[in-house]
Design a protein around this ligand. Structure first.
Ligand SMILES: *[C@@H]1O[C@H](CO)[C@@H](O)[C@H](O)[C@H]1NC(C)=O
Ligand SMILES: *[C@@H]1O[C@H](CO)[C@@H](O)[C@H](O)[C@H]1NC(C)=O
Ligand SMILES: *[C@@H]1O[C@H](CO)[C@@H](O)[C@H](O)[C@H]1NC(C)=O
Ligand SMILES: *[C@@H]1O[C@H](CO)[C@@H](O)[C@H](O)[C@H]1NC(C)=O
Ligand SMILES: *[C@@H]1O[C@H](CO)[C@@H](O)[C@H](O)[C@H]1NC(C)=O
Ligand SMILES: [Cu+2]
Length: 616
């Protein structure tokens, strides 16, 4: 589409950006070093929600160990694949500045790590905040191949925290909480391995197979609702979908039944076949009572100051988007996808697959507080929880159950619950963005020719491309096809206009490499010839002053009309990067494409990454 060429704005914005970084405070934490980790991947039995199945473990645990790093550190991660499957490890949200070969994307930055083999990832922690690692091979992260990454900031965050409290003792307590952050990994979980899910989806052309539980830090339980309990939790959208097939109701796993999902197919689609879906995928709920994750926080007797905690909420969801809320305790968000924001205090936060929020909270009354994770996705009523167990030495803990802000559908209990709106997050410190760009790329997201096929532009990207020689070793300058865009180094800032067709589900769009600014979003057709024209015509849909900086952001789910999302992103990190929908079945179904960025200035791929020989 339209290619705008204006480079002055880039220079202008660079000047402002360096101004912003000159304002940052001196660093208390500048002893950088090389942090080395060894991660051994195995395939073994486990029972995260009380039901035993096989799953991936890393160093014998699920989720994998927390990788704790300081900003500025050099990071080396040796992955030893001791599982029977090909695998890979991607570092979600890590920009991989000058190390595109360590991005962990099979077919792009590396070949799969084959069973018995090892791979050494090396990258520099140029960012701070919460990130996570996960397999980028098949649907392996559905089988538990993930873990958290915490990068402690180099710059003194006092300026940020003093927007939360001016009380010196509380400020110290928050800084101390930052040193002891708790990752909270949120996942949707099935009792069958992802290989079975894939096989069923490919045979039936239905990819919305039921989940069995929601896990928090790898723990959860199966809840079964009676029809009476389901009734008030069934959304209007679900009722409409059920209404399309006579006599259908939610299954006992609280899912839309396969016939209803099959009815989503259009006349042009390959006809779905619900009859080949094994009954136990949708029916036969069996309640479990497994232990939930507990974060135990103890305030010592002689501690005068308030107790503050910092949590890194990490959306390791395969499919769902959930509202997350800690009963009775307001959460102050200080970072989104690792990027500091002006603090926003909230009581319920929507999190999609791939997104992260860093929150701080003040605990006063000793009590067990429930952290609720309630899916808002249409196919199933699905929820889970964990516990923040707050004890004060010398005080009796209240035994009263904590009072929820949200219900099992993520709906706020009362109208005064503060629900976070992601578009309102403002970067801290302010990060001016260029007002014009050098190019605009339009990406039309769509369903493929079947319910389990998905695409950016017209053709699903074939998964076999994960098995070819990594594109980074042999880039294709000039290639521009349905799943490749080549962005020359001369295009310093680029807009992507993501078009969502009507009656589509929300797609959490994820970019590897550099993060992006979410500058505009709206419903209806994107009828303008350029983003500048759109912003002039519909200013309330755009934020060109202080837009959110993210690496994963959802499109608007639509019924009657299209919707669009505009993101603005620098092209200053040469490499071969994937952009894709983070819903795993959509990625598997082809909803991804490759950006070859600034190939002209790409650093030479080091010899050890060119040589693909296995080191078992
Ligand atoms: C660390 O930061 C302090 C204060 O800004 C500075 O004096 C010191 O030289 C820095 N050390 C290194 C190794 O950068
Ligand atoms: C559903 O029920 C209505 C009325 O009860 C009937 O007219 C219609 O044909 C039925 N549709 C199907 C697909 O069975
Ligand atoms: C939930 O909160 C929103 C405002 O954030 C309000 O509009 C809505 O009515 C509330 N829902 C309920 C059930 O109170
Ligand atoms: C494992 O990865 C290699 C290298 O990408 C590929 O050739 C092979 O087909 C893969 N094996 C399986 C079972 O996918
Ligand atoms: C919006 O665009 C679609 C094609 O993407 C077209 O079919 C539809 O008619 C357009 N709607 C309006 C209201 O212009
Ligand atoms: Cu998607």
């Amino acid at each position: 589409m339209v290619v705008l060429s204006l480079t002055k704005a880039w220079l202008w914005s660079n000047a402002l950006l360096s101004l912003a970084s000159a304002l940052t405070l001196p660093s208390p934490n500048n002893q950088t070093q090389t942090k080395k980790f060894e991660l051994t991947v195995t395939w073994e039995k486990g029972a995260p929600d009380g039901f035993e199945r096989e799953l991936f473990k890393i160093n014998g645990q699920f989720p994998g160990p927390k990788l704790e790093i300081n900003e500025g550190d050099a990071v080396e991660i040796l992955v030893k694949n001791r599982s029977p499957f090909n695998t890979s490890l991607h570092y979600h949200g890590i920009e991989m500045l000058n190390t595109p070969w360590s991005d962990g994307t099979p077919g792009l930055s590396q070949s799969h790590i084959q069973p018995g083999c090892e791979f050494l990832y090396k990258w520099k922690a140029t960012q701070h905040g919460s990130y996570w690692y996960h397999s980028h091979t098949d649907l392996q992260f559905d089988d538990g191949l993930y873990g958290p990454i915490i990068i402690h900031p180099k710059d003194d965050p006092t300026g940020l925290y003093s927007l939360v409290t001016k009380d010196p003792a509380s400020l110290e307590a928050i800084k101390s909480a930052e040193k002891h952050r708790y990752p909270v990994m949120l996942g949707d979980w099935r009792h069958v391995p992802s290989s079975v899910v894939t096989e069923i989806s490919q045979k039936s052309h239905i990819d919305l197979l039921c989940f069995d539980s929601v896990l928090v830090n790898g723990k959860g339980k199966v809840d079964c609702l009676t029809p009476e309990q389901q009734a008030p939790l069934t959304t209007k959208a679900q009722q409409q979908l059920l209404g399309r097939v006579n006599g259908s109701t939610l299954t006992d796993k609280s899912c839309l039944p396969p016939q209803v999902l099959a009815a989503l197919a259009g006349p042009q689609d390959v006809k779905p076949d619900p009859s080949v879906v094994p009954r136990e995928i949708f029916y036969g709920c069996q309640k479990t009572n497994a232990a939930l994750d507990v974060i135990k926080v103890v305030k010592s007797k002689n501690c005068e100051q308030d107790k503050w905690i910092m949590l890194d909420l990490i959306g390791a969801f395969s499919m769902i988007t959930a509202q997350v809320s800690l009963d009775e305790i307001p959460l102050t968000i200080v970072a989104a996808d690792g990027n500091w924001i002006e603090p926003i205090t909230t009581e319920s936060i929507p999190i999609t697959s791939g997104q992260r929020y860093t929150v701080i909270a003040r605990l006063e009354k000793p009590k067990k507080y429930t952290l609720r994770v309630s899916s808002t996705a249409d196919p199933q009523v699905l929820f889970g929880s964990s516990i923040v167990d707050f004890q004060v030495e010398g005080q009796t803990q209240s035994q009263e159950p904590s009072v929820p802000y949200i219900n099992e559908r993520g709906v706020n209990a009362t109208s005064d619950v503060a629900v976070f709106v992601p578009a309102q997050a403002k970067p801290f410190p302010p990060a001016p963005i260029p007002q014009t760009v050098d190019a605009t790329y339009k990406v039309v997201m769509k369903q493929g020719e079947a319910l389990n096929l998905w695409a950016f532009n017209s053709t699903p990207r074939p998964q076999e491309l994960d098995d070819v020689q990594p594109l980074l070793l042999n880039p294709q300058p000039g290639r521009n096809n349905d799943w490749t865009r080549t962005i020359p180094a001369s295009q310093k800032w680029v807009d992507f206009v993501m078009i969502q067709p009507k009656s589509g589900p929300s797609h959490p769009v994820h970019f590897h490499g550099r993060h992006f600014y979410v500058i505009g979003q709206g419903q209806g057709n994107f009828t303008w010839n350029s983003v500048a024209e759109a912003a002039a015509a519909a200013p309330s849909n755009f934020n060109l002053v202080n837009p959110p900086l993210r690496d994963t952001y959802p499109t608007i789910q639509t019924q009657q009309q299209e919707s669009w999302l505009v993101v603005r992103r620098p092209n200053d990190n040469p490499g071969v990067w994937m952009i894709h929908c983070h819903i795993q079945s959509h990625l598997k179904g082809g909803m991804s494409m490759v950006l070859q960025e600034s190939l002209e200035t790409m650093p030479q791929v080091p010899k050890e990454y060119r040589d693909s020989k296995c080191h078992p």
